[in-house]
Ligand binder design. Structure first.
Ligand code: NAD
Ligand code: ZN
Length: 391
């Protein structure tokens, strides 16, 4: 590629500070170093976690430095590779991974977890393995969100944070497998291991919750109760396989857990929390049945504490969490892409809007207003010419 070894000047949506809209800027993306890959991001979707990180940073704002390029649900094409990269070549279609999969650490070798620790601290701190980011703007370093930053036309990732996927895969669809759909679907089939004939309740009907419903339906759960305070989400939930839809606000005088327990004569076998609220997490746990009920938390919070009556756990309930749906990212994401290509996994049905990068703040609004499930941002061709060679 003509751009290999050169700094690429391109467009990115930069978060200069918390709780301010993103700003479209010209950024410089440095060439990849050893064991790094530079990719051209073709499409990215917008996940609740991106919004949360910007607008609900709260006490956690010191966890993630600004300025920052958000975005972690993308898909693209390898532009160039750094020294010692063996698994990728220019032109490969890839999905960036906010959870790496080095294949070598004790966690990667264990079948009990997917939480690879490769580059973990650096990724959380917004930098790559050498402690710096490859993105800069007006001469200032711009941090990479979870080591990814898909709200940029180009980005650089470690070679352990990429999944090579089918060359025929449509990037504007499979980008959803970079986070939300994989997480919700995996929460049901991998972490909860929902069984045929079981009863389930899914709290929160965004992409994560709908994907959890998709997983429950695939394994033939007999009852799938979809819970949301936004009734506009119910039609889609039914399309994905919900058997009942409940709006907690329709049941004054009763908690949502009381409603679910009554509906199921004692509680569901599996409850999946896909909102990101400690209150709902407790509600979800208390919606499961005694003696064997399981609650899986997929919703995100880095700072809040959850309170649970101990007796609920003592009476035989299990509380679990899931990060990226329990998938071994680099190994499993290509398989999920194949499943989509074989029409055995829905993706198109999650996409309600498509926008250009310039409209990215609108995508955030659509998400938090509950008007969208996923908006796919196309990063277009605008400016991908090399501007200059690195200093
Ligand atoms: P989303 O905003 O599209 O959906 C959230 C849904 O929750 C909305 O439909 C909203 O109406 C509903 N909701 C809000 N308050 C509620 C309440 N009190 N009761 C019931 N429903 C309520 O979000 P999303 O992109 O689907 O993400 C969902 C959560 O999953 C977020 O917290 C996100 O950060 C998290 N997440 C976690 C992981 C992981 O690896 N564990 C990955 C991706 C996303
Ligand atoms: Zn996400």
């Amino acid at each position: 590629m003509a751009t290999a070894g050169k700094v690429i000047r391109c467009k990115a949506a930069v978060a200069w500070e918390p709780r301010k809209p993103l700003s479209i800027e010209d950024v410089d993306v440095a060439p990849p170093k050893a064991h790094e890959v530079r990719i051209k991001v073709v499409a990215t979707s917008v996940c609740h976690t991106d919004w949360q990180c910007l607008y609900e940073a709260g006490n956690a704002s010191n966890l993630r430095p600004f300025p920052l390029v958000l975005g972690h649900e993308g898909a693209g094409v390898v532009e160039s590779v750094g020294p010692e990269v063996t698994k990728f070549a220019p032109g490969d279609k890839v999905i960036p991974l906010f959870l790496p999969c080095c294949g070598k650490c004790d966690r990667c070798k264990s079948d009990k977890t997917n939480l690879c620790k490769k580059n973990w601290e650096n990724m959380q701190a917004g930098v790559l393995a050498d402690g710096t980011s490859r993105i800069s703007c007006r001469g200032q370093q711009v941090y990479q969100f979870l080591g990814v930053s898909s709200f940029s036309q180009y980005t650089v990732l470690p070679d352990t944070s990429l999944a090579k996927i089918d060359a025929a895969a449509p990037l504007d669809k499979v980008c959803l497998l970079g986070c939300g759909v994989s997480t919700g679907y995996g929460a049901a089939v991998q972490t909860a291991k929902v069984e045929n004939g079981s009863s389930c309740a899914v709290f929160g009907l965004g992409a994560v919750g709908l994907a959890a419903i998709m997983g429950c339906k695939e394994v033939m759960a007999s009852r799938i109760i979809a819970v949301d305070i936004n009734p506009e989400k119910f039609e889609k939930a039914k399309e994905f396989g919900a058997t009942d839809c409940v709006n907690p606000r329709d049941h004054t005088g009763k908690t949502i857990q009381q409603v679910v327990v009554e509906m199921t004569d004692g509680g569901v076998d599996y409850a999946l929390e896909c909102v990101g609220s400690p209150v709902i997490m407790r509600n979800a746990l208390e919606s499961t049945r005694e003696a064997g009920g399981t609650c899986v938390i997929a919703g995100w919070t880095e700072t809040e504490t959850m309170s649970v009556p101990v007796i609920k756990i003592l009476m035989g309930r299990t509380l679990k969490g899931t990060y990226f749906g329990g998938w071994k990212s680099a190994e499993d994401v290509p398989k999920l892409v194949e499943k989509y290509m074989q029409k055995k996994l829905k993706l198109d049905e999650f996409i309600t809007h498509s926008l250009s990068l310039a409209k990215i703040n609108d995508a955030f609004q659509l998400l938090v207003n509950g008007e969208s499930i996923r908006t796919v941002i196309s990063l277009g061709e605008e400016t991908d010419k090399p501007e200059r060679t690195p200093a």
